[in-house]
Design a protein around this ligand. Structure first.
Ligand code: HEC
Length: 153
């Protein structure tokens, strides 16, 4: 008898025909999507002070690298990657100049990603270059690497 009941429960639970009693996971999925979007697109009020309508396309990977770079890296490495910042002037060694073609040729994407994730210390450089693995996901780091590559002159 016990096995019979267990069998029925298994069938009911597994067949998907009870889905109307499990509405929550679908909502969670939507919440998760919205949270991810909010995380990717830095929210700004519109010019007249309204809450913006977030365009999903704006959070597409084309912008992630740019946004993360400008938010976390530009203060030292410069908005255009040339490391001509007040911060850079105060640092020894100075932050890398990403427009430098010789440097670009010397490093591969894996090395750049490793530097971003683990910081300078992870690749034998100065720890002033902080580890960003706790702030950026691997996917976001990959986008930032592309952004850094695009600075090459
Ligand atoms: C506090 C200033 C500062 C910030 C912010 C900063 N960096 Fe750096 N970064 C440095 C310094 C300093 C170096 C040079 C370290 C050295 O030469 O020993 C460096 C070096 C690098 C290098 C060169 C590694 C190599 O092998 O030449 C990369 C790539 C890099 N940073 C990426 C980033 C990215 C991406 C961000 C943002 C997520 C970032 N940095 C944020 C200071 C900073």
């Amino acid at each position: 008898m016990r096995f019979f009941l267990a069998g029925i429960l298994f069938v009911l639970g597994g067949c998907g025909c009870m889905d109307q009693y499990h509405a929550a996971p679908k909502q969670w999925e939507k919440l998760r999507e919205e949270r991810e979007l909010a995380h990717r697109v830095l929210p700004k009020l519109t010019e007249d002070g309204k809450i913006p309508v977030v365009d999903k396309a704006a959070g597409s990977s084309a912008n992630v690298g740019e946004e993360k770079y400008q938010a976390f890296c530009a203060s030292c490495h410069g908005a255009s990657g040339d490391a001509k910042t007040a911060m850079a002037a105060a640092l020894t060694p100075p932050p890398r100049n990403f427009t430098d073609a010789a440097w670009q040729a010397k490093v591969d994407d894996a090395h750049i990603a490793k530097t971003i994730k683990g910081g300078g210390a992870a690749v034998g450089l100065s720890p002033t270059m902080a580890p960003w693995g706790g702030v950026l996901t691997d996917e976001e780091i990959a986008e930032v690497v592309k952004k850094i590559r695009a600075f090459k002159k």
